[in-house]
Design a protein around this ligand. Sequence first.
Ligand code: BGC
Length: 381
Amino acid sequence: MSMKRILSVATIATMAVALGACSGDGAGGQTSTPPEGGGSAGESKTVGVAMPEQTLERWQADGAAVTQGLEAAGYAVDLQFAGNDIPTQQEQIDQMITKGVDVLILASIDGASLSTQLDAAEASGIPVIAYDRLLTGSPNVDFYVTFDNFAVGQQQGTSLLAGLGVLDAEGEATGEEGPFMVELFAGSPDDNNAKFFFDGAMSVLQPYIDSGVLDVASGQTDFGQVAIQGWDQAKAQSRMDDLLTSTYQQEQIQGILAANDALARGAITALQGGGYGLEDIPVVTGQDAELASAKWIAEGWQYSSIFKDTRKLADTAVDSATVLLEGGEPEPNDTETYDNGMKVVPSYLLESDVVTAENLSALLVDSGYYSQSEVDSGSSD
Ligand code: BGC
């Protein structure tokens, strides 16, 4: 992506934040017309883009980057954020269909909640791209663009082990036997990704739990026991508070598998409240490389995150939308993994990177994703 394009994304991201600030429940949106002199392909075509919420930086960045890419290709964009409220998202998509958008790009709140909208889209001949999260229980999904979610989980599990010293930098076992006291925090049960992340992480961690190198002292190792509804940071904090009281009065906790940065920060905040400092904070994983977490990684409060470059996901969505608008079929690189209950949805999976204090500047700053001052302050310039 050119620097000009990055700057433009940043400008739209700021716009999206400003829009978000105006609406109390975090729902809202913007509609654009194609910029004058924009691409020729999309004359008078509009793309409806539905994002789940905008309290997490990643969805703001996704919304901004998708909008920027579509506008650059000459399309108008109807971008909506639903404040993590399912009826709001359903209504937003209903309106997009009524207005006659030409393609839908949908990042759902609950992947199973949009079947009525998908049926209506099908009836109106509107192709649908599932964005980041799979849309389930409906045959009316044309394409899925996402990261390799199982691999993200594997990276999280491997990173937890590396932080504890069980694996070395090359991923080889060091012979360190522990036992290390750890706890697990998974994502929202209504998000199809959450189970993929958890299964990926457990594929790495389970052998070490079985052999006693890792000790999940609470005994809570099932997805259903550790999933945090709505990926809610406050709920993660409160679960960690409870664990400190129930399980860690005498023993120190040494590691936490947190499925994303919001959960990581919730757990870390509880630990700080419970008296943990930089010298004994556990190894905590994350996901999204959010600014607040990037700052904490640089400072040593959070051990790692997973960087999923939303610019690349947005580019893939825009390219796929363009192919669909031209009557073609986007080229998948995975046609096996994402069975949504009605069909295996052809998918394009992107790769992610583990971020730690060592490579944070190279991955996040040198690539132009953030400025150094944003990382230093933990918030957008
Ligand atoms: C996304 C993550 C995000 C989480 C919470 C998941 O579906 O893949 O990047 O942290 O939702 O919004």
